[in-house]
Design a binder for this molecule. Structure first.
Ligand code: TYD
Ligand code: MG
Length: 464
């Protein structure tokens, strides 16, 4: 007879334990165990065994036992890449969609995951099946009309049952399968509700089996939890081949598609989009989107040549230093690490003798971007000094250098790309670290390159 059993599953690693524990015994994570009810030896489990791999038989393939093959004899047809119409997506996928791969797309609600996938489904030159557990077919059609319906082979299905989804997909035989989202899917062979660890794990591994056995690439949308991780066990990220993260501030229009994991390419790639009234537009030249247009030079603003992934782009750093009316002055940073701002202020006080103790300091990375590239330090310092002295920075100057604790300007990676990008956008002067100049011939660029080794020199060169 079927027997219900209570188990506790770790949301981080998926480890199952029979009693509740404050800390997962497998991965050591605190407070990650979640209660689930499983039915042991039930008819459902028997049924699962009988129907497993039903789509494989449907396509006339037999499961064979694997045998070792010499590496030179392995046929290289596993990684056929099909480029999509979306250049930014191709870039993050490492050149195109790999057959039989499973790609997970994570992101906050409303960032545009469904829009991105529907756009792919509408523009792909092949048959696509878009399965949604979140919206009805009519709702998806409405969105598709908004995006500009194209005359292609796109099929819609509103379904949350995994078995039916896979059976239908195998019958239709699309070139790409899109599933929106993994948290709404449920396998009838698992008792727990959709979105629980067991369901997510079961559905992901079934989808992976499907992708590998039919060679149909699968895109799966996943929700993220409040910490920004993809909801469900970390195991999910291990199961899939590619993990993409779709990010963006909802108050701004640009969106960034980042590669977190890619079994077929580099994780340094980045795709940039702009959310418009009629869907997502690819942005091939991000600097033009991020540099604010202004009519006159104002104090407190400096441009930095930063690198996101491997893409150079120029962004504006804005600072406001004002006299504080409170006994403890405020420090606030948007898009930049607050502790790093405090460190830079301390360096300026100690090394150059500037006093910020009676001032409120606000720092903002324009465009709502979050930047962790250390090379923006020099622009942050330049913006702070410009605001403190109330002297505007010339608009044709930019910066790329990290600042160390003793006020030294340190070298940064990919300096040539930064200089080239600044040169291309018509900047006339770029400040870099002296230690970055090895192997760089200033004669190759139209832009003036100013090598510096200390923060004091930066101040002298800019304001004296
Ligand atoms: P959506 O793809 O539904 O987000 P997700 O699936 O990640 O939850 O995108 C929703 C947002 O995008 C919504 O707030 C409206 C906006 N949007 C546009 O601005 N233009 C468009 O053409 C579309 C389709 C959506
Ligand atoms: Mg959605």
């Amino acid at each position: 007879m079927a027997k219900t059993q209570k188990t506790f599953v770790c949301t981080e690693c998926g480890n199952v334990s029979l009693k509740w524990e404050g800390r997962c015994s497998a991965c050591g994570e605190w407070n990650s165990l979640q209660e689930e009810v499983t039915v042991k030896g039930s008819a459902k489990q028997e049924a699962k065994k009988a129907t497993q791999g039903a789509w494989t038989q449907k396509r006339g393939r037999k499961q064979e036992h694997a045998r070792p093959t010499h590496i030179t004899k392995v046929q290289g047809d596993g990684t056929v890449r099909t480029p999509t119409d979306d250049e930014e997506l191709n870039r993050v996928l490492g050149g195109g969609i790999v057959s039989g791969s499973i790609v997970l797309i994570g992101g906050e609600p409303g960032v545009g995951k469904s829009t991105l996938m529907l756009q792919l489904a509408l523009s792909f030159s092949g048959k696509v099946l878009y399965v949604s557990g979140e919206e009805s077919e009519q709702q998806i059609k409405m969105r598709a009309e908004r995006l500009g319906l194209r005359d292609n082979d796109c099929f819609l299905m509103a379904e949350t049952n995994l078995t039916n989804l896979l059976m239908q997909a195998a019958t239709l035989g699309p070139d790409v399968l899109v599933v929106d989202s993994i948290q709404t899917l449920s396998s009838q062979y698992v008792e727990s509700p959709p979105g629980s660890v067991s369901q997510v794990r079961e559905c992901a591994s079934e989808l992976q089996r499907f992708a590998k056995e039919t060679n149909i690439p699968v895109f799966v949308i996943g929700h993220i939890n409040k910490d920004g991780a993809i909801a469900g066990p970390k195991l999910l990220e291990h199961i899939v081949d590619v993990v993409l993260q779709f990010e963006g501030d909802r108050n701004y229009t640009h969106r960034i598609l980042r590669t977190i994991k890619n079994r077929f390419g580099s994780t340094a790639e980045l795709g940039i989009y702009e959310m418009q009234g009629r869907g997502l537009r690819e942005v091939s030249n991000p600097s033009e989107l991020l540099l604010t247009q202004k009519e006159e030079d104002l104090s407190g603003s400096a441009i930095t040549a930063t690198v996101e992934g491997i893409r150079p782009m120029l962004i504006e750093i804005q600072a406001l230093v004002s006299t504080s009316v409170f006994s403890s002055p405020q420090r606030s940073a948007t898009g930049f690490d607050l502790r790093r701002l405090s460190m830079l202020l301390a360096v300026l006080e100690k090394r150059c003798g500037f006093q910020f103790g009676n001032n409120d300091v606000f720092l903002n990375v324009a465009g709502g971007l979050k930047v962790s590239d250390p090379a923006i330090d020099m622009a942050v310092v330049a913006a702070l000094l410009s605001s403190l002295e109330d002297v505007a920075m010339p608009s044709n100057v930019c910066f790329a250098g990290e600042i160390g604790l003793s006020g030294e300007i340190r070298s940064v990676q990919r300096i040539e790309q930064r200089i080239q990008e600044a040169n291309r956008l018509g900047f006339e002067k770029i400040y870099v670290s002296k230690f970055n100049m090895k192997g760089i011939d200033p004669a190759n660029y139209d832009i003036e390159i100013v090598p510096l080794s200390k923060v004091e020199q930066l101040f002298e060169d800019l304001f004296q």
